[in-house]
Design a protein around this ligand. Structure first.
Ligand code: SAT
Ligand code: MN
Length: 582
């Protein structure tokens, strides 16, 4: 196979000359091709077949134990000027990065097959979608890309029609952490990733393209590429709302996107449009609309049970690739919080002992599954026009300070709310877990340019759009002194979404506070919940002293951005700070 797109053909030839693969294989995205790759990986040991009766067409992949999460310290944005990448990114000069990567890629595919994977992020017929080609020497990456993106023939046809595409070059290399880099060249719409086979490091359509490169591209083209789930909520009366929500990795985006209404909410319907990434565009009528550029989910497995997320639990019973979960004695996948079965082998394949200290499944073990397997899948995920947004929600994992929910005064204040997001770190990236860090718009690891310029871009939307969604902040993770969660979370989060929707419709009042509008306890529906007045008060109040500290911490954080920080954002911070004085 070859292509009529000359720049694509030339790039493939150059990469082949550098990496020296034994064979080159174009991927067409067909069922047959996927089946063949699975057979090949079963033969090579890259995949293990799971219990065929209980988990048909499900496979387990065990990563190299040093390669189980994104590596932020090895991820770089390579722009000519360091200031373009900003203090939020690791930076390297493009030439230096290219030289370094060239040395790594030199001859790295000897004895291997080089796969050429054309893909489209977003519905193939949507004007909002963008294409890319990933070249990789990993069959596991190809199989995952087929589940996560619209991969193959149709994508290649669009590339040949349109011309432009993002170039992503990937090799697992030697899986040596000392020879591992994920480099982005936003000006050239190019990604180079070496030495990791894991998720966001290796499936280049996801974080590398759909967030880092896309955010850069979106800025110059007037749209936004965001780390957001997309969910459709339908009331018993048939009123529909579309909500986008940004939370850091492993903070419950997938659970919220697939929420099962609690018993008290019979007749409400919640459908998933996306669980990780949203691209936001202003349409011709001036309305902000969103598409999910992905077509599958790469979700955290531990904690997924019939009780916590029945939709996710059901969708991963068949045709799923599991990565780094544990195994039962009869070859079923097992993880902490599954609620059934017992592990016999841990994620490394070692027999599990009764006195084990470590979890049997890796805390960042993942499922890869096609979105259509989700019982709550919304066909609107395939709509080229996307969905009109009613609300944008920001959130993080905070033991204290942030109330259960509050609404920003207006869009510009909402940008401050997003820019001020902080969250405890999780196992989705290597490093310490549970440390509070600033994670603006949940984009800290994913924004492809200087955050100051990114906030400026967000602040440009009132001038671009006639109808913008309202902005909210939520925190499902408040704890008491003994570490108990104050809010039940999961399905009951619909109660909070209901307040949000009522605010969008102007149906419910709110208490004005210095940080934004909060629900009066009586306006948040807690009927049937076992939650006392004191707890509710704690969830819905603003501790001024704690917030003065919070605002001053945000101010300190903003100082890293120097005079590049938009004045409007500094003014919003000032406004909130002065409201907290009295
Ligand atoms: O590894 S991924 O980046 O794909 C998942 C995540 O961290 O959100
Ligand atoms: Mn994510």
């Amino acid at each position: 196979m070859s292509t009529s797109n000359e720049s694509l053909q030339q790039w493939i030839d150059e990469v082949a000359a550098l990496t020296r693969p034994d064979a080159i294989r174009w991927c067409d995205g067909s069922e047959k091709e996927y089946a063949g790759l699975i057979q090949q990986m079963l033969g090579s040991g890259e995949l293990l077949e799971l219990n065929r009766q209980r988990y048909p067409n499900c496979y387990l992949h065990r990563s190299d134990p040093s390669d189980v999460a994104r590596v932020e310290h090895l991820t770089f944005v390579c722009t000519p000027e360091q200031q373009e990448a900003g203090p939020n990114n690791n930076w390297m000069h493009p030439q230096e990065a290219r030289d370094q990567m060239r040395a790594l890629f030199d001859g790295c595919m000897r004895g291997r097959t080089m796969y050429v994977v054309p893909y489209c992020m977003g519905p193939v017929d949507s004007p909002y979608s963008r294409c890319g080609v990933e070249i990789t020497d990993s069959a596991y990456v190809v199989a995952n890309m087929r589940l996560m993106t619209r991969m193959g023939k149709a994508a290649l046809e669009r590339i040949e029609r349109e011309g432009g595409f993002v170039k992503g070059l990937h090799s697992i290399g030697e899986l040596d952490p000392n020879r591992r880099f994920i480099m982005h060249f936003p000006q050239d719409l190019e990604i180079q990733s070496y030495g990791s086979g894991y998720g966001g490091n290796a499936l280049l359509g996801k974080k590398c393209h759909a967030l880092r490169i896309a955010s850069y591209q979106a800025r110059s083209e007037g749209w936004l590429a965001e780390h957001m789930l997309l969910v459709e909520i339908e009331s018993p009366e048939g009123e529909k709302h579309y909500i986008a929500a940004a939370f850091p990795s492993a903070c419950g985006k997938t659970n919220l996107a697939m929420l099962i209404p609690p018993a008290a909410y019979a007749g409400w319907k919640v459908r998933t449009i996306g669980d990780d990434i949203a691209w936001l565009h202003v349409d011709e009528a001036g309305q902000l609309r969103a598409i999910n550029p992905e077509s599958g989910y790469f979700g955290v497995v531990p904690g997924t049970s019939r009780k916590t997320n029945r939709n996710a639990y059901e969708m991963i019973q068949h045709d799923t690739i599991f990565t780094n979960v544990a195994l039962t004695a009869d070859q079923e996948p097992w993880w902490e919080g599954k609620g059934e079965g017992e592990p016999a082998y841990d994620w490394k394949g070692q027999p599990v002992t009764a006195d084990r200290q470590e979890p049997a499944a890796h805390p960042n073990s993942r499922f890869t599954v096609a979105a259509k397997q989700n019982p709550a899948y919304s066909p609107l995920a395939d709509d080229p026009a996307g969905v009109p947004l009613s609300a944008i929600i920001f959130g993080g994992r905070r033991r204290e300070v942030a109330p259960l929910v509050y609404e920003a005064f207006d869009w510009n204040h909402g940008v401050l709310v997003g820019a001020g997001v902080a969250s405890e770190t999780t196992a989705a990236a290597t490093g310490k877990v549970g440390v509070v860090r600033r994670d603006p718009m949940a984009m800290k690891p994913f924004c492809g340019y200087n955050f100051a310029d990114y906030w400026g871009h967000w602040l440009s939307f009132p001038a671009r759009a006639r109808k913008l969604p309202k902005i909210f902040h939520v925190n499902w993770f408040r704890q008491d002194r003994d570490g108990n969660f104050l809010w039940p979370g999961f399905g009951d989060n619909l109660r909070v979404l209901r307040w949000i929707i009522d605010r969008c419709e102007g149906r419910v009042a709110a208490r004005e506070t210095a940080i934004g509008y909060l629900p009066a306890p009586a306006d948040l529906d807690t009927s049937g919940l076992d939650i006392d007045a004191t707890t509710l008060e704690a969830l819905l109040s603003v501790d001024k002293a704690a917030w003065r500290k919070e605002i001053s911490a945000i101010g300190e954080y903003f100082q890293e951005y120097g005079d590049r920080l938009p004045e409007l954002l500094a003014a919003e911070l000032e406004r909130v700070a002065s409201g907290l004085q009295d």
